[in-house]
Structure formats: structure tokens, C-alpha cells
Design a protein around this ligand. Sequence first.
Ligand code: ATP
Ligand code: MG
Length: 186
Amino acid sequence: MVKIRLFLAINFNDEVKSRINEIISLVKSNSTQGRFVGAEQLHLTLEFLGEVQRHRVDLIKKIMDGIESSPFELEISKAGFFKRSEGDVCWLGVKENGALFSLQKKLHQSLLGCGFELEDRAYKPHITLGRKVKVNAGFDLSKLEGMAEGIITRVDKIDLMKSEFSNGGVSYTVVYSKPLGWPGSL
Ligand code: ATP
Ligand code: MG
């Protein structure tokens, strides 16, 4: 039985990725260790599916196609660290966003309804910038937040992503994209 590691995500355009990459550079230069995310791999996870049998991909595509959600704006704000003993996860958050939560909820419910096993944790939208990060004591998070201010992007599609290990690192590829819009309006 062939399984693939999948997640649903919002990917960013090059301009947004390059602005976030500048933020990563600042954290990097103020850290003693960290595994930072490459600009190409920056994304916002909507739902982590984990290891899924390959033949179920068509069903996931159908679920994505059945989601009704208009395009919306996403504004990046806030930054923080999830504390971990081996080094923290550094992340950027998004401004309060009803459209994002509603989209995530629809996906979550449809996937559950089709028998996918999902984590039952509250959705905390975040863009991971780095893992195992040990930032210098006294580092000022508001600097990151200042740089993140005004990063706004239009979300007009959602992507099904495959995650795999290659050359000692993780790489993602888009398996399927679903444009956002109400049926009949595309
Ligand atoms: P690595 O595991 O090597 O650190 P990664 O976390 O980027 O790399 P995956 O574990 O395949 O790669 O995860 C893909 C995406 O799904 C990432 O955005 C990750 O944060 C998210 N993710 C992974 N596991 C979970 C989980 N259990 N719950 C929620 N999101 C998850
Ligand atoms: Mg992971």
C-alpha cells in the first residue's frame, strides 16, 4: 500500500515570500542555532493530512472542488516562538480572519466526513519560519512584527501539497490546486 504525506496549504507569491525571507534573515542573524525554512517552502498550513493512501488523492481533490469560499485577503501580523526543549519553532501569525477560519472549518468537516483522521486541536494559523531555533536572549520580537506589518496577500486558491524527504531535507510539491470562488462564478 503506497502512502504519501499530504497537507493542504496556502502558498504565497514571490513578493510575499521575499519579504518573509527578510524576516527570517533577521532571526537567523540573532540566533545561535536553527533550521530555517527556505523562501520557496514558505506556506500557511490549512490542514495536515499526514500519511495517506495514494488512491485517496482523487477524493481529496473532490473535497477541495466542493469547497465554497470566495477569495479573501490575508494580512500577516504578530510573531512568536513555540517553546521547545530542543530549540523553538519561530512563526508569523495572521490577523484575525473570518474567511480563513471558515475555509479551514469547511475543509476540516468535509475531510472528517470522508473518514480522514485529523487532529482535533484548535486551528492556530501560523507560518513556520524556523525550527530548533535558539534566539539570543533579549531579542526583540517587535522588530519582526514591524517588518511583517503591511504584508497583505490575496488568497485565491488552495493547494494540496506532497511532503517528502530528499537529500536530507524536506521538499514540497503541489499535487493539486483549487481556485477559490463560488460555483458558477469562476
Ligand atoms: P520537518 O518535519 O522535516 O520539520 P515539515 O514539518 O515542514 O518538515 P511535514 O512534517 O511534512 O514537513 O509538514 C508539512 C506541513 O504540515 C508543515 O507546515 C508542518 O508544520 C505541518 N504539520 C506537520 N505535522 C503537523 C501536525 N501534526 N499538525 C499540524 N500541522 C502539521
Ligand atoms: Mg514536520
